[in-house]
Design a protein around this ligand. Structure first.
Ligand code: F6P
Length: 375
């Protein structure tokens, strides 16, 4: 008789709506449909290092479909760089040892770009790893969608809808900062859906004078307010050039010293970038003479009940993950490609980022309806 499979599951990186729906999708398929055993590890990769286990049985998997966050907890710990007692250690071999000790046949990792890299590392260390893509940023390579994006898009769009009242009533510019790390999917999507007048994304560096011109044009036409949706990673042209140069230096570094110097330069540029949205609003106020205000959405975008679209995606990817484990398909990320669910080799995902192409249909559509993209 075939032995019961035992699988582990963890959530890593920033939380996002739909994680519990995905845990439930994997869990119910594995447990209920295939009769496997499933163990949850708390707080990302740390849970498997520090033996923080949670048995995922039927009662634990019930009632979590609509719950935000992750019942497992999460962390940004990486297997190869984990702080233990104040010192950084490579814990990969401990994870491999504990995987064997717990009698696991597979480990499911739910996470964004960083987690896909960690999953590949564990695959290379010999584990049967399978991953699911989740992040509100939608920037994981080789998948059309990531779990959490749809809900964050709803939240950011609703915020832009609501900001219109104040911008309109007070004849103000409202600059709203939207998350997304180094990708503009969320700001672009919410900006278009919410009818923002200016949308700024990292993929299209901006010129503040172009934005000013667009706002002045609106004023001349009798519309004395504007909503500017700015992605947290959006940059003015000069800053973007400086970043690119430093990144190029890091990639071309011939030794550890050069790499370290490039990293310091990047950290300094990042520190300078924080507060960019506030500075931009001030600049726009000075240049247009319209009163400006800022709304930074922050973690509101990651919180609360997942939307139906996210619950559906999470259940579809989670159940497909259960099927793949049953078929002994490992070393892959379960991707959403069109209407289908496809396993994609982790090597094709890890270390890559899906950003907005300059000719993406959303970009074209925004330009057609007269939205200023800052270029
Ligand atoms: O990846 C999701 C995300 O919310 C990004 O949009 C944002 O840049 C980052 O996480 C914030 O990270 P943290 O939760 O560590 O502050």
């Amino acid at each position: 008789m075939a032995q019961t499979k035992r699988i582990g599951i963890l959530t890593a990186g920033g939380d996002s709506p739909g994680l519990n729906a995905a845990i439930r999708g994997v869990g119910k398929t594995a447990l209920g449909f295939y009769g496997m055993e499933i163990i949850g590890f708390r707080d990302g990769f740390r849970g498997i290092v520090e033996d923080r286990r949670l048995k995922l049985d039927r009662p634990t998997l019930a009632g979590i479909l609509t719950v935000g966050g992750t019942i497992l907890g999460t962390s940004r710990d990486k297997p190869q760089r984990m702080t233990i007692d104040g010192r950084v250690h490579d814990m990969t071999s401990v994870i491999v040892k504990n995987y064997g000790r717990y009698g696991l046949d597979a480990l499911v990792c739910l996470g964004g770009g960083g987690t896909q890299k960690s999953a590949l590392r564990l695959k290379e260390a010999g584990l049967n790893v399978i991953s699911l893509p989740k992040t509100i940023d939608n920037d994981v390579a080789m998948t059309d969608l990531t779990i959490g994006f749809a809900t964050a898009l709803d939240i950011a769009t609703e915020t832009i809808d609501r900001l219109h009242s104040t911008a309109h009533s007070h004849h103000r510019i409202i600059v709203t900062e939207i998350m997304g790390h180094r990708a503009g999917w969320l700001a672009l999507g919410a900006g278009i859906a919410g009818g923002a007048d200016v949308i700024l994304i990292p993929e299209i560096p901006y010129d503040v004078h172009k934005i000013t011109e667009a706002i002045r044009r609106r004023s001349r036409a009798g519309t004395n307010f504007s909503i500017v949706a700015v992605a947290e990673g959006a940059m003015a042209k000069d800053d973007a050039r400086a970043f690119q140069t430093a990144e190029g230096r890091k990639e071309r570094a011939r030794n550890q010293r050069e790499k370290h110097e490039a990293k310091l330069e990047l950290a300094a540029l990042e520190a300078k970038h924080s507060g960019n949205t506030l500075r931009l609003a001030k600049q726009l106020e000075e240049l247009t003479h319209l009163e400006s205000r800022v709304t930074i959405l922050g973690y509101v975008q990651r919180g609360g009940i997942p939307s139906p679209a996210d619950r559906l995606l999470a259940t579809r990817l989670g159940s497909a993950c259960g099927d793949l484990i049953h078929d002994n398909v490992f070393g892959v990320m379960v991707a959403s490609r069109g209407d289908r669910t496809e396993p994609v080799l982790l090597e094709r995902v890890a270390g890559k980022r899906k950003i907005v192409p300059p000719d993406h249909p959303w970009v074209e559509a925004a330009r057609r309806v007269g939205t200023c993209l800052g270029d």
